[in-house]
Design a protein around this ligand. Structure first.
Ligand code: ZN
Length: 393
């Protein structure tokens, strides 16, 4: 049984390097599990990911805590008793501190202003997710975001301490009311007081910025996605790159791309309508050029959509009062088809086609659609055997 590890990050989250002694080092899952007498490595917990870093020449790839003992998963072993120097991967940890402290301010404001609680919290690589117990409107979220940033600008001291049991009774802190024993309190004066085991910035100014990215209804509450500090800057950069690219493509000012995109979509819908009308005219002219007693017809057409295939097949079949099969595609990529007939059930034909050309398809008695793998020639010969005439139109 290992002794509880002294958590030196607990009251000093700014510690980047530290000295310690190896108490245990055992192989585990292809790595080495190392227990130290003290550590500045934060183990995964409370929604915050584990730290990474180095212990002498070993890379620390994961850190977990069990019953007060912290296990450092290393890529090489270090003999028990060795005095080691540890270094925490600081950019990564500082990003976690920015996210976590920003989350406390947002959750604290949601609780104080609107009486909703943080019921779930996950820190991802690029953003942070918070689940709140009640639904919040866009206006309420905008207010939270504005006040959260004011808390950042005020550069308030973030206080972390272990109150005595008597002191704890008098503190009105958010969540985890049921906790007993040593409770660690993290306070951002005027904004939040919460029981938490995570690492936090020393002053709120270090959070840099708090930006709510999106919200959605989730299990009767609100699921928020947000970013803070460095992640907010990265996120801004990525959005800016995208906006700039779209702005160039649409020849619109960056702040007017939504309007420009809307115009483009309207124009596109108009074009589709006009193309479809023209296509119908072309189909009609082609159909009119065919004699009405031509019998069953097979036609190959370039670049038809499934809708167009269907319309053309129906027009042909009505005109000739017979079956009409229309194919579009290429020998290399395969063909899509539609077969229409008002007189007899065309579904068995679709089955035969699928079997003969390893395709798939189906539909109603009057109309089947599908796709096949075959060549122009083999498809034509299949239909000729079924007394279809190849249309020359
Ligand atoms: Zn926390």
């Amino acid at each position: 049984m290992n002794q509880a590890t002294e958590k030196i990050y607990d009251l000093n989250s700014e510690l980047k390097t530290f000295q310690a002694r190896v108490l245990q080092c055992v192989p585990k899952d292809g790595r080495f599990s190392i227990v130290l007498d003290r550590t500045a490595f934060y183990p995964e917990g409370g929604g915050q990911p584990a730290d990474r870093g180095v212990l002498n020449f070993a890379n620390i790839l994961d850190v977990q805590e069990k019953d007060g003992v912290i296990y450092h998963m290393a890529d090489r072993s270090i003999p028990e008793g060795t005095r080691v120097s540890g270094g925490v991967n600081w950019p990564r940890r500082f990003a976690h501190m920015q996210q976590h402290s920003g989350e406390h301010i947002v959750s604290g404001l949601a609780h104080r202003l609107f009486g909703v609680d943080n019921v779930g919290f996950h820190m991802g690589e690029t953003s942070l997710r918070v689940d709140l117990s009640g639904e919040l409107s866009a206006d309420q979220l905008a207010l939270i975001e504005r006040l959260a940033n004011e808390a950042v600008w005020k550069n308030l001291e973030v206080k972390t301490w272990y109150p005595s049991e008597q002191e704890l009774e008098k503190i009105d802190y958010r969540s985890k009311k049921k906790l007993t024993g040593k409770v660690r309190i993290v306070e951002i004066p005027g904004f939040d007081t919460c029981a938490c085991c995570g690492t936090h910035v020393t002053r709120t100014g270090e959070i840099g910025a708090v930006k709510l990215l999106s919200s959605q209804r989730y299990k009767g509450g609100t699921r928020l996605t947000m970013v803070c500090g460095g992640q907010a800057l990265l996120d801004y950069g990525e959005r800016q790159n995208n906006v700039s690219a779209v702005s160039v493509l649409l020849s619109a000012k960056p702040m007017e791309i939504a309007q420009a995109a809307k115009r483009l979509l309207t124009e596109n819908a108009d074009l589709k309508r006009r193309t479809s009308a023209l296509q119908s005219e072309v189909f009609q002219q082609k159909v009119n050029s065919i004699s009405q007693d031509c019998g069953n017809l097979l036609a190959f057409e370039d670049d038809l959509t499934p809708n167009e295939l269907r319309r053309f097949a129906q027009l042909l079949s009505e005109h000739c009062s017979a079956a009409a099969a229309v194919f579009s595609g290429s020998d290399s990529e395969g063909y899509r088809y539609a077969v229409s007939n008002g007189l007899y059930d065309v579904r068995p034909l679709a089955k035969e086609l699928s079997a003969a050309f390893s395709g798939r398809g189906g539909g109603s008695k009057e109309l089947v659609q599908g796709s096949v793998h075959g060549t122009h020639e083999t498809i034509a010969s299949f239909f000729q055997q079924k007394s279809f005439c190849l249309s020359e139109i």
